[in-house]
Ligand binder design. Structure first.
Ligand SMILES: *Cc1c(COP(=O)(O)O)cnc(C)c1O
Length: 399
């Protein structure tokens, strides 16, 4: 049976070139980069080369990159690190209702430490309004954190404009760019950010490694203690195989970006048009054009996203409902709810995210099997039968 992986926003396979380099740093070049002998110096060289590559892909200077254990830790360091370091200036943080839990839960936790957090709403497409950010700013605001692109619906936020606003007001601005770094152009100067989170495993690098970009002069303090690594910003012996793998993945992503963006946008649009044309009562979630190249999220009315995922899995197709982190819980996605999508429609949502090994034949296969699956699930759905019986949408919406 054909197997089609459509969950690249959850994670990606490690590129063979990346894996090859990692093996070298697991075996031959195993030294501790803090050691002064030749083994240590060789490792240190690999560490700094990786830092250059990761920095280059976002237009940053290598000394502005701090390696972390991934996107989650980068978000934690950005938010807690600036909150505690700037406490004397104020206690107010602005974020959005659709952030990844790495941001949302960190902000929630800061409330217990006396910080106040504004969670901005989004419109029906999942966009944050720049005017809303402007209105939320007070003289106590020390940090604004808004993600670059949303992991669940793929919508790309107006980060440049929000950054300009933050800059004018002298407020530290962080963006979680885990879904965009390596996928679309990301430049820290163009985006006007002080802090930016990225992760390796979303761009064909290994899991468990990522980075936080910290613009020179940004006041931030560490959130862990015990060593002077990473310019005293993130202690602990460096994850060398992970970091060199991340560097290689960033280099490859930069080389392939333009071509891959164009290819994935075509496949994405083929999938969107194909589904909307072949299946009734389905909606695309997220902005139609301001979205990640390979990102699709649909709500199939009258059915459960989870049942659809299981049926797709039986056909060899791997998709997800909302984010991988919330799958398994029965609450509908906080992102879809924040976009004003009713619970019953949010429950029918499925995310398909494309990547480098997907082909046009993969999309044809999905378009071939999906209508039948949806039809079968709907034939078992009491909601659908009721809708068919009365033919008025209102009936369904009132159940
Ligand atoms: C995956 C993801 C994260 C978490 O990154 P990890 O490296 O898995 O910790 C954070 N934010 C967004 C938007 C993500 O998609």
């Amino acid at each position: 049976m054909r197997r089609v992986y459509l969950d690249h926003s959850a994670t990606t396979p490690v590129d063979p070139e990346v894996a090859e380099l990692m093996v070298k740093y697991l075996t031959d070049t195993f030294g501790n980069p803090s050691s002064v002998h030749s083994f240590g110096r060789e490792a240190k060289k690999g560490l700094e080369e990786a830092r250059e590559k990761v920095a280059a892909l976002m237009g940053a200077r290598p000394d502005e990159i701090v390696f972390t254990s991934g996107g989650t830790e980068a978000d934690n360091l950005a938010i807690m690190g600036t909150a505690f370091a700037n406490r004397n200036k104020g206690n107010h943080i602005i974020t959005s209702a659709i952030e990844h839990h790495a941001v949302l839960d960190t902000c929630e936790n800061l409330k217990k430490h006396g910080f106040e957090v504004t969670f901005l709403p989004v419109d029906a497409d999942g966009l944050v309004k720049v005017e809303d950010v402007a209105e939320a700013i007070t003289d106590k605001t020390i940090l604004i954190t808004i993600m670059h692109a949303n992991n669940e619906v793929g919508t790309i936020q107006p980060i440049e404009e929000i950054g300009r606003l933050a800059q004018e007001k002298g407020i530290i601005f962080h963006t979680d760019a885990v879904q965009t770094y390596g996928r679309i152009p990301v430049n820290v100067d163009k985006l006007n950010v002080n802090l930016l989170s990225a992760s390796s495993h979303k761009i064909y690098g290994p899991k468990g490694v990522g980075c936080l970009y910290i613009r020179k002069g940004t006041r931030i303090q560490p959130i862990a203690f015990g060593g002077g690594q990473e310019r005293k910003r993130r202690p602990g012996t460096e994850n060398m195989p992970g970091i060199v793998g991340f560097g290689k993945a960033a280099e490859l992503a930069g080389k392939r970006m333009q071509e891959e963006m164009e290819r994935l946008t075509k496949l994405r649009d083929k999938l969107i048009d194909g589904v909307l044309n072949r299946i009734d009562d389905v909606q695309l979630n997220g902005h139609r054009t301001k979205r990640l190249p390979g990102h699709v999220n649909f709500s199939f009315h009258y059915i459960e996203g989870e049942s659809l995922l299981l049926s797709l899995d039986m056909k060899g197709i791997a998709a997800s409902s909302g984010s991988a982190c919330t799958s398994g819980s029965l609450d509908p996605s906080h992102v879809l709810l924040a976009m004003g999508i009713p619970h019953e429609i949010a429950h029918g949502s499925v995310r398909m995210t494309l990547g480098k090994d997907n082909t046009e034949e993969d999309i044809d296969y999905v378009l071939e099997v999906l209508p039948g699956i949806v039809e079968r699930l709907r034939s078992m759905s009491p909601l659908y039968q009721r809708k068919e019986a009365c033919k008025h949408k209102e009936c369904y919406q009132n159940v």
